[in-house]
Design a protein around this ligand. Structure first.
Ligand code: DC
Length: 237
């Protein structure tokens, strides 16, 4: 049975806007499940790389990858410290899927309609009981068009590249600002122009430009939007 006041929270936006950071913080604060859909596309990309289906020169065997989908099992594991790790066929790939080589190929994989349909179906399955915070690109438009709260996050490409660079350096992955900025801009372009459910702001989404906001300010802002949404839902019931 669905808990009456539980809602679905969809957080979409450009890459490296910090969607997962605020989505995770909110989920933890309100006791909801968090699902990182970008990690699912990244895990499929890693599978393609490991099985010779995605080469270094942008060549991707889309047919082969679609045919392999029944062999690709994606899951999540909650770690003792409360963080969530992505599993690919039961192997913990959390760290691996964040590297630049995966980042530079994932948009091509995420543009394959059959792959999107399979992952969207899984994502919709996670939301049947509501009480979920999901982040991605098409959550408010395609995965949960009826989500009770939709947020669309933006920040300038330079701000996002700076954040991503800091993250990568902290993890010990050598790269430059220029390389990261080029990757961010390239992914924006592919994400916005692909045929199948492109990155698009849902009409009823609330905008959050966090270029000049601290994490605490963003968390407080999102919590306030959540409380308003729950109030709206409970008064309309
Ligand atoms: O959020 P992220 O950077 O981990 O996402 C990785 C890629 O997956 C990104 O290029 C966009 C794509 N993606 C998507 O197309 N749809 C989603 N719901 C989530 C991510």
């Amino acid at each position: 049975m669905k808990s009456d006041n539980k809602i679905i929270i969809a957080i979409d936006g450009f890459s490296s806007t910090g969607k997962s950071t605020i989505a995770k913080a909110l989920a933890q604060e309100i006791g909801y499940r968090y699902v990182d859909t970008g990690a699912m596309y990244r895990a499929v990309t890693l599978y393609a790389m490991n099985h010779g289906l995605a080469g270094d020169k942008g060549n991707l065997d889309a047919k082969g990858l679609v045919a392999a989908m029944p062999e690709i099992h994606i899951g999540f594991r909650i770690m003792p410290d409360g963080t969530q790790h992505t599993l690919l066929n039961n192997e913990d790939v959390e760290e691996r899927i964040r590297r630049m080589d995966v980042s530079s190929k994932v948009s091509y994989v995420a543009a394959i309609p059959e792959i999107r349909r399979a992952l969207v179906k899984m994502q919709q399955g996670y939301g049947t009981e509501k009480g979920i915070v999901m982040d991605g690109r098409d959550i408010g438009t395609t995965v949960f068009p009826d989500a009770e709260l939709k947020i669309f996050m933006t920040a300038s490409a330079e701000t996002r590249a700076q954040r991503r660079l800091k993250e990568l350096i902290e993890k010990g992955h050598a790269t430059s600002f220029e390389e990261v900025l080029a990757n961010v801009a390239h992914r924006d372009h592919i994400d916005q122009t692909r045929e199948e459910s492109p990155l698009r702001r849902a009409e009823d989404a609330i905008d959050l430009d966090n270029s000049y906001m601290t994490r605490d300010e963003q968390n407080a802002w999102l919590l306030a939007r959540y409380r308003e949404a729950v109030k709206r839902v409970s008064t309309s019931n």
